[in-house]
Design a protein around this ligand. Structure first.
Ligand SMILES: [Fe+2]
Ligand SMILES: [Fe+2]
Length: 381
């Protein structure tokens, strides 16, 4: 890597710091998709190590600190305008890290472990042989419970993010998958502060908001189920993003049909059912969309017993296990929402309806896990 090292040496101090932050931030995002063993992450860790070595110069260590939302390199505040810089600070704060000291002899493997630990929601980064981390205060604060206002703001922020991404959905525009990943990361982090997931869900407001609130709520219940089922790391991110996108096909169904107040004709009903096919087709060709988002979009209205829609003529429709999880989330949120033609069901009622569908509509193992875990967190049993 001597060539790239010479190139780095030609860069100014500011350029090296900016580049280092960009690489670390991108590597952390990549880690949500790949493992730390992936060649992309490995190469980024090596490049980050080279840059930190240059910053260290002749010294025995170099230090990065976060003070008042600013990044400080070896006691020198680094006040640059960069989205990566803000993201980087946010990612570290989320993990409760406010100081990193790289000591002479640190390896790119240690940098890769640090990147992996910051990316992994479930892990708590400690220190490594040649990299020590400082924290505590921020961490305690970030894990304290939400106040009612914080909770309200949190919900609103996430819905606005989902809205931003969805308003850009078209066959011709790139989907902002990173924006959706951020929402998923925020929901998982919120579970640590608020045990009652119903409080993180947004109540039904209006039909126009339904697209976004429903997507967010289905993602919350799906993440709750996935955690209870022991799904971790990369997969939990993917299932969260896929749940946000489960109804993306509705963006390709006309609003006149979606929002029709009266009874639907059979043609209109057929068109609505096609949101599953439209969604799967769109996600199949969408760069960065998790692979499992395709079966989830296609199959979330199928049932455990093979009934439901879309009907596949060539083979008996069998639901993918991730689609079975989302079917439960979809049912839960749809029935909970206050609709003019439906009663606003109490949670206990929804759970008893869920129980009735076990073995026919819902996968018994997954539905029972959800019912028991939700009951436990809400102290029903
Ligand atoms: Fe749907
Ligand atoms: Fe849905």
């Amino acid at each position: 890597m001597a060539g790239s090292r010479t190139l780095v040496e030609k860069m100014s101090d500011k350029e090296i710091k900016l580049e280092l932050i960009t690489i670390l931030t991108t590597a952390i995002s990549n880690c949500s998709l790949y493992s730390t063993d992936h060649s992309i992450v490995k190469a980024q860790a090596e490049r980050a190590r080279d840059m930190i070595m240059i910053l260290m110069g002749e010294n025995d260590e170099t230090e990065m600190m976060i003070i008042d939302n600013d990044l400080v390199f070896d006691k020198e505040p680094f006040k640059e305008r960069s989205i990566h810089l803000q993201n980087f600070i946010k990612k570290l704060q989320r993990k409760g890290i406010d100081k990193m000291i790289f000591k002479r002899g640190f390896s790119s493997e240690e940098v890769a472990s640090l990147i992996g630990d910051v990316a992994d929601i479930a892990s708590s980064p400690t220190s490594y042989d040649h990299i020590s981390l400082g924290a505590v205060e921020v961490r305690l604060e970030s894990e304290s419970e939400f106040s009612p206002e914080e909770l309200e703001n949190f919900r609103e922020e996430q819905i606005n993010k989902v809205k931003d991404v969805f308003s850009g959905v078209s066959r011709y525009k790139k989907l902002d998958i990173t924006g959706l990943e951020d929402v998923v990361i925020n929901f998982i982090a919120a579970f640590k502060k608020e045990v009652n997931i119903l409080n993180i869900m947004t109540p039904f407001k209006s039909y126009t908001e339904w697209t976004y609130t429903h997507a967010a709520n289905v993602a919350i219940i799906t993440l709750f189920q996935a955690e209870a089922l022991g799904i971790k790391g990369e997969l939990i991110h993917e299932i969260g993003v896929s749940a946000l996108l489960h109804d993306v096909g509705k963006m390709f169904v006309s609003n006149d049909i979606l929002n029709k107040a009266g009874k639907l004709t059979s043609d209109e009903w057929e068109e609505i059912q096609k949101h599953t096919l439209y969604g799967a087709k769109y996600l199949l060709t969408t760069e960065g969309a998790p692979q499992m988002s395709v079966p989830i979009a296609l199959q979330h209205h199928l049932r455990y017993d093979g009934k439901g829609y879309p009907r596949m003529s060539s083979f008996r429709s069998k639901q993918h296990i991730f689609s079975q999880i989302v079917t439960i989330s979809d049912f839960f949120d749809a029935i909970r929402a206050k609709r003019p033609y439906k009663k606003d069901f109490e949670v206990v009622e929804i759970l008893s309806l869920l129980k009735k569908g076990i073995g026919t509509t819902f996968n018994p193992m997954i539905a029972n896990s959800f019912i028991n875990n939700l009951g436990r967190t809400l102290n029903f049993n």
